[in-house]
Design a protein around this ligand. Sequence first.
Ligand code: SAH
Length: 265
Amino acid sequence: MGIRSRLAGLAALVVAVAALLCLRPAAPDGAAADAPAARPASATGIEWERPRFADRAAERRAMVRRDIQREGVRDPAVLAAMRQVPRHEFVPAGYRRRAYDDRPLPIGHGQTISQPYIVAYMTQQLGLKPGDKVLEIGTGSGYQAAVLSEITPHVFTIEIVRALGEAAKARFKRLGYKTIQCKIADGYYGWPDRGPFDAIIVTCAAGTIPPPLVKQLKPGGRMCIPVGPTGATQRLILVTKDAQGQVKSRSLIPVVFVPLTRKAR
Ligand code: SAH
């Protein structure tokens, strides 16, 4: 189904749900009305609960216009997701004030939450449809996984640092991101018993593309992964597998990510 028809379906749904719940109608820019409680979404007949947050919604809308839309991200589903997920809930208390700045922020254990533009850009590269199964390597704060879960209920995410993985699981629970499945492991190996995946997103930099991840990509699947040396600029690589299983990769933009490490700590 095309993006346009998906958007039209989503817009119709938002209006219908808003009318049903007596909320104010969808904003003209396509942003969903803020609702305090979780409510189901069914853009293409798939139903899942996504939590809604009124807090700092105006800052999120401004961030999307200023740092994401103006910088060229156009996928309506990605823009809507970025307007919904409360980034301030994913950063340490001391950084909350700056949660809607377009910059990475420390999340402890030497790790960072990516800058919003990069989260949106990478998500757009995956070309996700509701119902797609997506794997993330590098849960970190859980923010990227929450953004993905706005677009599809089938989100799997792996974190190698136990304390971060446990904190992300607790955060998903507290905020109501019920559909995200998170495990603590070395993401180099992917999640074979949950694959294959329509899309894979790696949010830590690998020296080379891990073969198990390529293997777990479905025919027609897409993987977005930063590749290059640690502590320097890497390239974001888009790996595609065609219907015949042939794999191609294309270099996108320069990025700086924390390294993909191989030892569980
Ligand atoms: N996506 C995150 C940001 C990730 S930072 C967010 O939205 O907040 C990169 C994360 O990758 C770090 O938390 C780091 O611990 C994790 N990581 C590094 N190597 C890994 C590996 N082999 N498997 C899984 N996670 C890994």
